[in-house]
Design a protein around this ligand. Structure first.
Ligand code: HEM
Length: 463
């Protein structure tokens, strides 16, 4: 039986002016039906040649075997600079190597075991917030995109700075970032059209400032001794003595941004999919109940490995909705890629979004089918065309962190609530720096009723 198809921005057969205008809002508007069928595609966008690479062998060559010849594109550095300066995400060569060593070390020291209680506290705060909503209205309709952004920002700020992020501060930071994201696609298009970079930089800086100021103040307090040293990511970076004050702010900004928007989108879309797929929600909840029963309600990070059905849901969500839909590189010398010519300095686009829906690789490519991660049937596609966390030396250093954070939240959420469809528009997806929905990810929540919860609660008590 074919799996059901959740919403996605389908490419039009013949793009018209409306589509071109949409291209100022979202990178998805530049895709065509052929993008999902061919091993590579070439387009000229405002004088810049772009090659979309779908051939798995070529993807591996570019991201793993010939990394030095395919650095991050200077436009990536330019569009992110107002926000993350010369942080690890966008720089290249030795500068990147040195930074990445310390970022890896910092994440290793803040081990998954150590951050587990912080994740649980942040998840408990979400559950409590929702409980308050449910006291006021029985059918609470919530936007998972903003709830999950609050959760993942809370987790990453606790991990970087040992403090929770709540209240008006948090709201101001999220709004600034949403505005920044919104302006990146037009800024890049205008830059390619020849508008002077410095005008656009001022425009981007204006929206980046509140986020940088907020994080810079916390770094300053730690460096001046106003706030004491704590066992967190910032302290590892300070103790490394590898960064001056400005560079510390850059790295903290990278970790904050890379570490919450992406995970938030994973959780928002996973929750939305589960609200529309009750059988999968029941399967995930059943194993969560079993785990809670078996561990007396207090699972350890290692226990989460038993949640194979829930992990399959998360993997399938990452396939259909990769939070970083486009990975961009530059061809330093120019070359032929999967039959397409890319000139010197041209843009190479490796897209988890396209690869993970490619017609030649996947069965039922647009269908929601977590089962594919439980059997053998699609092993080859998963090995060759599944890269939500990227590939090679620049692969995401926060992948395990994100997976644990997502499982902790789902245990807390599904343990207490049912997610049901909301009577509102489905997510309207746009591809900017990250994947976002312009209409949120709306679900209704209900407290689980006693007969439903009795099994889990009684078994947890017995355990
Ligand atoms: C579901 C969640 C996440 C997804 C899908 C994701 C995805 C990615 C991808 C695809 C890249 C590679 C980009 C490229 O090659 O151009 C990347 C890089 C990165 N990610 Fe993540 N990420 C997630 C969560 C996190 C978290 C939680 C952290 C931090 C705790 C983090 C920190 C970073 C950093 C620092 C880089 C830059 C690495 C480098 O350039 O060497 N990410 N991420």
């Amino acid at each position: 039986m074919a799996a059901w198809v959740p919403p996605f921005p389908e490419p039009p057969r013949r793009p018209g002016w409306r589509q071109r205008l949409e291209g100022l809002r979202s990178w998805f508007a530049w895709l065509t039906p052929f993008s999902y069928r061919l091993p590579a595609g070439r387009a000229s966008l405002l004088g810049q040649t772009m090659v979309l690479v779908n051939d798995p062998g070529e993807v591996r060559r570019l991201l793993v075997d010939e990394v030095d010849e395919h650095p991050k594109h200077p436009l990536t550095l330019w569009v992110l600079a107002p926000l993350i300066g010369r942080g690890v995400f966008s720089v290249n060569g030795e500068e990147w190597q040195q930074q990445r060593r310390w970022i890896d070390q910092a994440l290793q020291q803040a081990s998954l075991q150590k951050v587990f209680p912080q994740m649980q506290e942040a998840a408990a705060a979400v559950v409590e917030r929702l409980a308050t909503r449910l006291q006021a209205e029985t059918d609470a309709c919530i936007d998972l995109q903003s709830e999950m952004t609050a959760y993942t920002a809370d987790v990453i700020v606790r991990t970087i700075l040992s403090e929770p992020v709540t209240g008006p501060d948090a709201a101001a930071v999220f709004e600034s970032f949403a505005r920044y994201q919104h302006r990146t696609v037009p800024a890049l298009v205008l830059r390619l059209l020849g508008v002077p970079g410095r005008w656009l930089e001022g425009y981007l800086q204006h929206h980046a400032r509140p986020i940088r100021v907020w994080l810079a103040e916390r770094v300053r307090r730690r460096l001046s001794g106003e706030s004491p040293p704590r066992p967190d990511l910032l302290q590892v970076l300070i103790d490394s003595r590898a960064f001056d004050a400005e560079q510390l702010v850059d790295q903290v900004c990278v970790l904050f941004l890379a570490g919450h928007e992406t995970s938030a989108m994973l959780l928002a879309m996973a929750g939305w999919l589960l609200s529309r797929d009750q059988p999968w929600q029941d399967r995930a909840r059943q194993e969560i109940d079993d785990l809670l029963a078996q561990t007396g309600g207090v699972p350890s990070p290692a226990d989460l490995r038993q949640l194979v059905q829930t992990a399959a849901v998360l993997n399938e969500t990452l396939r259909l909705y990769p939070p970083l839909p486009f990975v961009i590189r530059q061809s330093v010398h120019g070359e032929r890629v999967a039959g397409e010519r890319c000139p010197m300095g041209g843009v190479l686009t490796l897209s988890p979004w396209v690869l993970q829906r490619h017609r030649s690789r996947w069965n039922d490519p647009d269908g929601f089918c977590p089962e594919r991660f439980l059997g053998e049937g699609e092993r080859e596609a998963i090995r060759e065309a599944y890269l939500p966390f990227g590939l090679g030396p620049r692969r995401c250093p926060g992948a395990a962190f994100a997976q644990q954070e997502a499982l902790v939240l789902l245990v807390a959420l599904l343990g207490r609530y049912r997610l049901d469809p909301a009577d509102t528009a489905p997510p309207q997806l746009v591809g900017r720096l990250t994947l976002r929905s312009t209409s949120g990810a709306m679900v209704t929540i209900h407290e689980r009723q006693w007969p439903d919860r009795r099994g889990a609660v009684a078994r947890a008590a017995a355990g």
